[in-house]
Design a protein. Structure first.
Length: 349
């Protein structure tokens, strides 16, 4: 059995809880994943812990109807009010689902959450980009030393396997360049502007649809894509680049006039992240680029993302799919949990 504690219980955390509830039978029978949610700890939505497992339907009902998980029924064994660190360190959870806000300056408190879990030999799955972009080397070493699993597929392109696919199936190639649309919110805004809608209305809709970061400045100024470029350079190209060393321009000064001018010239604006390896040196950048309308990346619309891997043996390979979205990002955590279960079964961890 895998005993799960959620640290952070916003849109993505709740989406995973719902998937675990709806697919419980299938996860057990097809993947031997017997996942029991034992704890939730959230900044404003409260905390609840039950060592022999919470009723997930009642947990979701409490948070959705009252905004606070502490309205979960008071049953024997239920403990309320633990903070994040107490939940990580002092509950019987062996898997921490870290889904707090991404902080693009410090990566905290998520880095400390991962560190505390690994030091206790507990595994972590996360969609929080901070720990992977800023502390990949330290945290992956700590996880390995303590026999813990660390999954972070959803940190780049949500539930689209932008990390696991190249690691598993492009191995043996040298990847010389990675280029892509890596932020769902900004791609949604740009394509809404192409339909004549205003920047502000499109951003508001992206927030309502759960695509945007808690502080959407991180989306529109390109910081989120910059973090993802840092993850790609460290994890896929083996060369960590500090996200502060990645030149970055977002779309906040993009106007309807600019979008319409481009369309008249049969072109489209897209916010592109690029990571390049040349003469052994890896560099990265994030900026809006004007693409010909028939460029495959120009055809990527809405919150969909796309990523192109230039491989020395296989040639260019492009992957496209959701870049944001609650169910899709919940799925990215599920595939990490299934991978964890597979590794446990084959005694790799
Ligand atoms: N939404 C998406 O499409 C995607 C999101 N991500 C990443 O996934 C993570 C979660 O995203 P999402 O669910 O959309 O975000 P939300 O803002 O909906 O949820 C984040 C939750 O974390 C809680 N929280 C913040 N800090 C703490 C803390 N120190 N301890 C406990 N809880 C805390 C917040 O509390 P409260 O609001 O109660 O104060 C909130 O409930 C983010 O890091 C995001 O970057 C990655 C890929 C796609
Ligand atoms: N805010 C992000 C969410 C996923 O990382 C985005 O819009 O891509």
């Amino acid at each position: 059995m895998t005993k799960i504690a959620f640290v952070g219980f916003g849109g993505v955390g709740q989406a995973l809880a719902e998937i675990l509830l709806e697919r419980k039978g299938q996860l057990e029978s097809c993947y031997s994943l017997d996942a029991e949610v034992v704890a939730v700890s959230d900044m404003m939505k409260g905390a609840v812990y039950k060592p022999d497992g919470l009723n997930v339907a009642q947990l979701l009902e409490a948070v959705r109807e009252t905004g606070n998980v502490e309205n979960y029924p008071d049953e024997p064994g239920v403990v309320k009010g633990l903070n994040s660190m107490e939940t990580i360190q002092h509950t019987n959870a062996d898997m921490i689902v870290e889904v707090t806000f991404t902080d693009v300056e410090t990566g905290q408190p998520a880095i400390d959450h991962c560190r505390a879990a690994f030091e206790k030999g507990k595994s972590v799955v996360t969609t929080n980009k901070g720990p992977v972009a800023l502390a990949y080397k330290e945290l992956s070493g700590l996880a390995e030393k303590n026999g813990a699993y660390w999954g972070f597929e959803g940190t780049v392109m949500s539930g689209t396997p932008a990390l696991r696919m190249p690691i598993a199936t492009l191995a043996g190639n040298e990847i010389t360049e990675i280029k892509g649309i890596l932020n769902g919110t900004t791609n949604y805004i740009l394509t809404e502007m192409e339909k004549g809608n205003s920047y502000e209305a499109a951003l508001q809709k992206a927030k309502e649809l759960g695509y945007a970061e808690a502080d959407p400045t991180n989306d529109v100024e390109g910081y989120d894509a910059r973090y993802k470029a840092a993850i790609l350079s460290g994890y896929l190209m083996g060369t960590p680049i500090s996200s502060k060393d990645i030149p970055c321009k977002g779309i906040s000064d993009m106007t309807l006039e600019m979008v319409n001018e481009a369309l008249k010239d049969n072109k489209k604006w897209r916010l592109l992240a690029q990571v390049k390896k040349e003469n052994g040196e890896v560099t990265a950048s994030v900026e809006p680029q004007l693409l010909d309308a028939d460029d495959p990346l120009a055809g990527v619309t809405g919150a969909t993302n796309a990523i192109l891997y230039e491989c020395d043996l296989a040639g260019p390979i492009m992957l496209t799919g959701a870049g944001a979205g609650l169910k899709e990002t919940g799925f990215s955590l599920l595939i990490d949990l299934i991978d964890y279960q597979r590794q446990k079964t084959t005694a790799k961890i």
